[in-house]
Design a protein around this ligand. Sequence first.
Ligand SMILES: [Zn+2]
Length: 698
Amino acid sequence: MRDDITICRSRRILYGVFLAAFILSATGFFLPVLADESLSPIRAEYSAGEITILSDEARESANESLNAIAAIPTDERTFENTVVAFDSVMTDYGDAVSPLTIMGYLSPDPEIAAEGMDADIAQSKFYIEVYTRSDLYDALKSVEDKVPETPVEQRLYKIIIDEFEHNGLGLPEENLTRVKEMNAELSAIKTEFNSNLNNDNSSITFTGEELEGLPDEDLSSFSRTPEGDYIAIVTQDYSTVMTYADNGDTRRRMYEAYNDVQGEANTPLLEEAIVLRENIAKEMGFSTWADYTIRNRMAENATVVMEFLDSLKEPLSEKIEEETAILLEIKQEIDPSATEIRPWDIRYLEHILVMRDYNYDVAEFKKYFPAENVIDGVFNTTGMLFGVDFNEVSDAPVWSPDVRLFEVSNRSDNRTLGYLYLDLYHRDGKYTGYATSQLISGREKNGTYSLPVAIIIGSYDAPEGDNRTLFRPSDIWTMFHETGHAMNVILTTSPYGILSGYKSSMDFCETPSQALEEWAYDRDVLESISAKDGNSSDKIPEELAGQAIAARSVGMGYEYGYQLLFSLADMYYHTADGPVNTTEVWHDASEEILGLDEPEGLHPAATFSHIMDQYDAGYYSYLWSKVYAQDIVDEFKENGMTNETLGLKLRNDVYSQGNMADGMTLLDNFLGHEPGIDSLYDFIGLNVSNVPNETAAA
Ligand SMILES: [Zn+2]
């Protein structure tokens, strides 16, 4: 079950590490007096202590209702008063608590944010408590033969029971006790690991000369020492330094610091977690943690995942070899004595390649894509595809003045389908990634349909004064991606909260978001969105749009090579027999896939927060979902990217379905055939002539 997942996370950032940095100690600012709270789908303001009280009340109320379900006499037990009631209690709890926990990531008031984070931890604890209750498990098991034969009800029941059994219910008492103890230990280790990363603010000091090549606008955002040197925050400034610094030694220092963040503290924690997980899996009767966690996903078991990942190795390595040869040529133009590419050269040389071969100037591109125009454009494109309108609610109470609220309505009958918040810009103290969260789950409640509420969270640079925020192609791409998640939440028609919105299997939940990404690289869509300096009649020249689209192919091999490395390292860790040296395994996998000479002594796995936060034996999901996403995109490429009939079919067959059927059924309904991996190969530009065409669809 995915109730405990409040945020569908973005994948690890290219060439590096995604750090979920919650800088809660930073200063907040006072909110202006806001309009009537009752106009708002979620509360925007809380007084000190209120979140804690509301979170406690929600838990107490849920526990009371769960106790009542457990206490129903056996002969009075029905599917309705047990299974449907369980769904209802759990969804009521989620709807009450998600708007509180999200404040932990977003509130500009540090005190409120701290309460939100505590509510988040309390929520995780509550889910573990519920799904390890044997009285509830027994109650639910006792209605097994009363579950209606209808597919949705069968699925609801299966998913609930699976979650209890995932937590050890059904095991003999002695094993269950050991599993509970190990889970508690694991949970403490994960908290410590992530808190180490969130609190990391290591920095490197560079002279102005050492940072030559960085654009002035980036350089001006660095803090300075009294002597005038620049302070680069390792986790924040990594991408800028790696892309622009002309000095190879500067890039090397940054790379080494970045790939060793919390190395000493987090490596033993990760390795302990891996051993605990293996032991839990064994208690549950599985040989590896990967088999245990994957069994209820689309892939079904670790072998299928490994076959899929292995099938990508050879074609990706070939692609990377080709890219490396081109990058080495460029490096040798700069330094004729160069004989090899080092890991810190890649981004820098790719940037030069884009400028040289595609004559593509991203600064020129950005002028045509002010953030506000892009948001309108993404909503227009998505709205046209799915037959919906996004109407801004102008007087909605919000927690920060830059937050916006939209009502999403059905174009055909004007019916309100749900609400969408946008909190897109960087603020001190705010979550620093890109993510979408399902705050309220759409479902049937008291005879009506309870409307879903989603939020898209971003870290785009905030507009300053008259300076608009301008989007690069990758920023537009991210906006489409997150809008895909949000549509999955808002278009849901599930009667049950547990099956609602993006709560599908982990290896399917990125499909709706990844599919929409491709509209960001469609020439017509780019043209329609563009508005030079905000003037929507001044469109991007065809040549510039073409250059941006063409330049995208630069570095595809490395990009997907890194995705494969992260996925394989995760799988190697969680299929190992006995303790794992995470650094050595990572190093070997990196050499095998990327062919790079990595420096010794770094601990890149120490920052791999995904596998200490719900994506353990799950990182493969990004590549796996991408296979399906590309199959969906290919349908549109054949029939028109703005084909409204196909758009509505996609809405009905996939986006509205939530977890009411498994992903393969949804894809089969939409595509009319089983998905295949060819579309992904084409997308990355892989030579597939000698690769067997199977795996992903297995
Ligand atoms: Zn996503």
